[in-house]
Design a protein around this ligand. Structure first.
Ligand SMILES: [Zn+2]
Ligand SMILES: [Zn+2]
Length: 304
């Protein structure tokens, strides 16, 4: 690393220092170890952040063990890009369509629900991401609730799962999730960070909980939450390009690095990375209705 006086090195130094000071309380498998196969259940791979090298990112994800990726359409434009990307990687890259709570103020029910319906008819595997974000409040809360409720209703109508973003909105998320579940809607609380009561409410109504690279951060101390989700409700995700896990913090995230999140969860849950990867992959296939992967030669069967 060059000296601090060099132009542009300050940010790099800070990133490196941050990584170096982020102790990993688990042993990440060496590069020589066989990589566990996982499914990245939530990745914004259609984001412009990947425009310059998207196919290389995808190639690295495959090498790192990704057996499928769910590419999130967090807006109708993003969904269209995700659809095209999915067409280029059939059976491996799946996509969703919805309107993010940040954009709820511009949600127009008739127009947007029709568009999401068309996406589902074209093969989108889920509605979302949608939900509630009272942390940023980029849209008025009443608009967020209206857009979320409409998409939950649509999920019931088209019988597809829903991908839910929730931040600082536990009470309303819980109430709306329970109401949707009572109407047969299944879903996942993505990039989950708490509170534990909301995770338990999700599990109670048959929903899934997905963890991102946040759980590898040094400041993450809720190991109990990582243990609280039953094996059959657990998912993993990158949420790339955001939230790169340790030891890549501060960089653009990519789906191949989900392996670090898998390792963290395995450590917390007292099991192997292979087990967490296989189990979460199976859960993602079940929730989103994804096809079974082609077996790799010599690979052990996933645990029943
Ligand atoms: Zn989100
Ligand atoms: Zn997202």
């Amino acid at each position: 690393m060059s000296g601090k006086g060099d132009a542009g090195s300050g940010k790099r130094d800070r990133l490196v220092a941050e990584s170096a000071s982020s102790h990993e309380p688990f042993a990440f498998p060496s590069a020589a170890a066989r990589v566990p196969r996982f499914i990245d259940s939530h990745c914004h791979l259609a984001d412009p952040a990947f425009d310059s090298d998207r196919e290389e990112v995808i190639a690295r994800a495959r090498e790192s063990g990704a057996e499928a990726i769910v590419c999130i359409g967090e807006s109708l434009d993003a969904a269209e890009r995700a659809r095209r990307l999915s067409d280029a990687h059939p059976g491996w890259l799946h996509w969703t369509a919805g309107v993010h709570p940040h954009d709820a103020a511009a949600f127009e029910p008739t127009r947007d629900l029709d568009a999401i319906r068309r996406c589902i008819a074209c093969g989108a595997v889920a509605v979302g991401e949608c939900g509630l974000d009272y942390h940023y409040d980029n849209s008025p809360r009443a608009s967020q609730r209206a857009a979320f409720a409409a998409q939950l209703e649509l999920a019931a109508e088209v019988d597809r799962p829903v991908v839910v973003h929730t931040r600082d909105a536990a009470d309303d998320t819980r109430d709306m999730m329970r109401d949707a579940a009572a109407h047969g809607v299944r879903g996942v609380l993505h990039c989950f960070t708490g509170p534990r009561e909301l995770a338990e409410a999700a599990v109670d109504v048959g929903w899934h909980v997905s963890f991102s690279g946040i759980v590898t951060f040094r400041r993450w101390d809720d190991v109990e939450l990582l243990r609280a989700i039953p094996d059959d409700r657990l998912l993993v995700e990158s949420d790339a390009p955001y939230l790169a896990p340790v030891p890549h913090r501060g960089h653009r995230n990519e789906p191949g690095w989900v392996a670090h999140t898998v390792a963290r969860l395995a450590d917390a849950r007292g099991t192997s990375a292979d087990t967490v990867a296989a189990r979460t992959a199976r859960n993602a296939r079940t929730l989103f209705g994804l096809p079974a992967p082609a077996p790799r030669p010599g690979e052990p069967r996933e645990p029943e």
